[in-house]
Design a binder for this molecule. Structure first.
Ligand code: SF4
Length: 299
């Protein structure tokens, strides 16, 4: 079996910056303790465990505004790379908490866009994943009644905006670019005058395009990523739907099963932008032990 390593893969600049900021805060003796992160800093449990070693506690499992209630007075709170709604920031400020914002600049760009469009009189149709923190933060920039979430084409029938309304279609940063285009096309059938702002970030686009291109030359693609990582799950999806090749997501080397590769001659390995490189390296090394390896650069 030949193992092909896909480039680019793994951590993007937004994730690297967020983790670097969190570690810098943890090392600063002047920062009030304890230190919390509102949600997983990125959706990867290995990264969460690493930050625990720095004394940073992750609060998880609910809306950011409710998680904030678990932060005691006088403590420090870090907002994640996924972005945060203004209501959460305001609540943290009201409580006098020390807070730091690790929001990725690409997500901040979407927040600014939504604010501008709302100020110009538009309402927002936000294409994103239900229950994911990024839509929660970005949609929080718009007043209730001026923003609706669409995840699939089926959701469009529930939209109650009038066709004559000023509408802006805005997307989450980590979606499948192919699926999103289908949703946008369906939205434009219902709302032909809507403005389209595709906010899928470059890191997501490049990883998806490289995975699809590499998939053409292999029998199977292994994606390394956490089950909650939107961009990792989308990589599996685009390989299967766009390249028409089988794909499997593993969280670490422990998930690999040799029997998956019994009939495989060529396998490609990629990783979501929230996956630490050492986790991917272990997966590659195990696959290399079962075969040999080459590098694949998109372009
Ligand atoms: S995937 Fe894109 S939006 Fe998300 S942190 Fe990375 S660069 Fe930023």
């Amino acid at each position: 079996m030949d193992v092909l390593k896909v480039h680019p893969r793994g951590y993007c600049y937004g994730v690297v910056d967020a983790i670097t900021l969190a570690k810098r805060i943890a090392k600063d003796p002047n920062v009030p303790r304890p230190i919390f992160i509102l949600g997983q800093i990125v959706h990867n449990r290995h990264t969460v465990l690493e930050l625990e070693q720095y004394g940073i506690q992750t609060l998880d499992g609910g809306q950011r505004i409710d998680l904030l209630d678990q932060v005691p007075d006088g403590a420090t709170v870090i907002f994640t790379a996924h972005g945060i709604s203004p209501a959460v920031k305001a609540k943290a400020a009201e409580r006098g908490l020390r807070f730091y914002d690790a929001t990725c600049p690409d997500v901040t760009k979407t927040h600014v866009l939504i604010r501008e469009k709302i100020a110009q009189g538009y309402s927002i149709i936000y294409i994103g994943t239900k229950g994911h923190p990024e839509p929660e933060g970005a949609m929080g920039e718009a007043p209730i009644g001026r923003v609706s979430l669409v995840t699939t084409i089926d959701d469009i029938q529930n939209l109650s905006f009038a066709p004559s309304q000023m509408l802006a279609i805005v997307t989450q940063t980590t979606l499948s670019q192919w699926d999103t285009q289908n949703v946008i096309d369906a939205l434009l059938t219902k709302y032909p005058l809507a403005e389209v702002h595709n906010e899928i970030c470059l890191a997501t686009q490049l990883r998806q395009e490289a995975a699809v291109k590499a998939a053409a030359d292999v029998d199977m693609v292994v994606v390394v990523g956490d089950r909650r990582s939107n961009n990792s799950n989308r990589l599996v999806e685009v390989v299967e739907k766009i390249a028409g090749k089988p794909s499997v997501r593993v969280e670490s080397v422990d998930d690999l099963r040799p029997e998956w590769f019994s009939d495989i001659q060529y396998v490609a390995v990629t990783a979501g932008s929230s996956t630490p490189s050492h986790i991917t390296r272990e997966v590659v090394q195990q696959l290399e032990a079962w075969g040999k390896s080459t590098d694949f650069q998109q372009g």
